[in-house]
Design a protein around this ligand. Sequence first.
Ligand code: FMN
Length: 168
Amino acid sequence: MTKPEEFLEFLKKRRTIRNYQDKPITKEHIEMILEAGRWTPSASNRQPWEFIVIKNREILQKISKTGAYGLPLKNAPLGIAIIGKKLENPNWYIQDTSLASMNMMLMAWTLNIGMCWIGSMDREYAKELLGLGKNDFLLTVLAAGYIKGKIPKSIPRKSLGEITRIIK
Ligand SMILES: Cc1cc2nc3c(=O)[nH]c(=O)nc-3n(C[C@H](O)[C@H](O)[C@H](O)COP(=O)(O)O)c2cc1C
């Protein structure tokens, strides 16, 4: 088991990465990331998700053009679209898929793979490109690639005092 202090350090050191090496992510590494997604907890264990591995750079670039901050997708050798299947867990598909995205980002970090959670994009257009339907919720397309250059310094977080309250 990981030591708690080491785990906290691991969480603190993870960064959003927006520059990637121009080389494909290995099949083994992709599978590890997908497995991390598969083992995410979900409400009633419904697992209302689909993960689409996008190796097609043209598609990634098309999606990147639609977002103000979608740039990371433009340089990424890989994208992983995380889809919530609305009908499979109508009340919880957003929470379930959000957790899956975090599991995947953490697994990627152990593999020297940097990711960026892309929120800024035209979802309807992206859904069309990915062949998704009206009951599919496109949470994000995670931009992914082996980290290029230096890992940026951690950016500050609010202090615990600012964000916690203890009820005795
Ligand atoms: C819901 C969500 C949406 C985000 N959307 C974008 C985005 O569209 N483009 C981008 O470059 N970064 C995006 N990010 C990355 C955040 O900017 C980043 O996680 C945040 O600044 C904290 O930095 P860190 O991940 O390095 O700790 C998003 C992150 C989250 C959680």
